[in-house]
Write a protein that binds this ligand. Structure first.
Ligand code: FMN
Length: 362
């Protein structure tokens, strides 16, 4: 309530990216205040789940793009997130596209962004995560989302570029998400096509195995993030490739470059997220779940804004869900309120554990 009445009007009176960066700076520099504003990690035995061998206190994660540079990884769990995905991080630091490049659409509870992987680069972010982890375990699992450096071209160079990021994060992340689905890096989505996807994912899987052999421990689980703009056959082929290459999961979905009729007059290019993406992401998830029959875990993301949406996504086949845009519109406690709502829905339906309902409606 306070967020919608007081804080949101203030933040929405400023440029979207500026407001975001300002909020992150506050969280970064006053983590103790943020911790007081937040609370303990939200958990309950009905919400706890295990995916890819990783234990999650609750199934609602922070989607990639919100904390690109991993500056506030200790803070998000305080606001109810059961896991945090940072990034996209590229091997080289880069500034991204010219500003303005993030646009709110309040009437649709949506955002269009064309940031283009602005980030500090894998070396700086890896040092930051190492410093934040040192001596203390993180309150929730951490995923690192890796992408292609914009200036890199040529298949071998692109593979090496991804591998460099993987090497940096393999021992710092609980799992890695391979991003080949952002619409704002030219040519990136070409890597979703089966044979190139196979080359990329198998190279990264081999690298993860080699790192584990060399340094000890088990290979870091890898997941791949897909686009909501893929045709069903391409999606199924990508899922088969992900399974064949030993991926531990599929994140569905990234933002869309399509526009619904209600946004046909919206002139800014970029990826659309939030409410107008919901049905499309849900359809992609259903396609993947019915094709894979539960043989690979799915993370559902795109337009989830309340407990009903999260419940529907899990019942459609998601083992975990993520949100980003809903937090911009509903405030920092969005994840907490989704979790509390999930508990109520499960109680209503006599469900004892969230893992019991994965794919129940498929
Ligand atoms: C401003 C913004 C930046 C984003 N940056 C990234 C990114 O760097 N990497 C990525 O994989 N997804 C990125 N995303 C996509 C989100 O992770 C998510 O897939 C998408 O927004 C759909 O979820 P939502 O509707 O809950 O926001 C970004 C989204 C937004 C709104």
């Amino acid at each position: 309530m306070i967020y919608k009445r007081a804080l949101r009007p203030l933040l929405f009176s400023r440029d979207a990216e500026w407001a975001h960066e300002y909020t992150l700076e506050m969280l970064r520099h006053i983590p103790s205040a943020a911790a007081r504003l937040g609370g303990p990690v939200v958990t309950h035995k009905a919400l706890q789940t295990e995916v890819a061998g990783i234990k999650f206190p609750n199934p609602v994660g922070l989607a990639a793009g919100c904390d690109k540079n991993a500056v506030a990884i200790r803070v998000w769990p305080r606001f109810g997130f059961g896991f945090v995905e940072v990034g996209t991080i590229t091997a080289e630091a880069q500034p991204g596209n010219p500003k303005p490049r993030v646009f709110r659409i309040p009437r649709e509870e949506a955002i269009v962004n064309r940031l283009g992987f602005n980030n500090d680069g894998c070396e700086v972010v890896a040092h930051r995560i190492a410093a934040l982890r040192r001596g203390r375990s993180l309150p929730t699992p951490l995923a690192v989302n890796i992408g292609k450096t914009r200036r890199i071209s040529g298949d071998t160079a692109v593979l090496n570029d991804y591998k460099e990021s993987l090497r940096r994060f393999a021992r710092l992340a609980d799992f890695i998400v391979v991003n080949v689905s952002s619409p704002n890096t030219p040519g990136l989505r070409d890597w979703l096509q089966s044979s190139r996807l196979h080359d990329l994912l198998s190279a990264l899987k081999n690298e993860a195995n080699a790192i584990a052999l060399q340094k000890g421990g088990t290979p870091v689980p890898l997941m791949v993030k897909v686009s909501p703009d893929m045709e069903p056959d391409d999606l199924k082929a990508a899922a088969d490739t992900a399974i064949a290459c030993g991926m531990a999961g599929i994140v569905a979905t990234n933002t869309t470059i399509t526009r619904p009729d209600s946004l046909s007059d919206f002139g800014e290019a970029g990826g659309l997220s939030g409410r107008p993406l919901k049905e499309r992401s849900l359809t992609v998830l259903r396609t993947l779940y019915s094709h894979c029959g539960g043989s690979i875990p799915l993370i559902g993301v795109g337009g989830i804004s309340n407990a009903e949406d999260a419940y529907e996504r899990i019942r459609a086949g998601a083992s975990l869900v993520q949100i980003y845009t809903a937090m911009i519109y509903n405030g920092p406690y969005a994840a907490k309120s989704i979790n509390l709502g999930l508990l109520k829905l499960m109680e209503r339906d006599g469900i004892k554990s969230v893992s019991q309902i994965i794919g129940a409606d498929s």
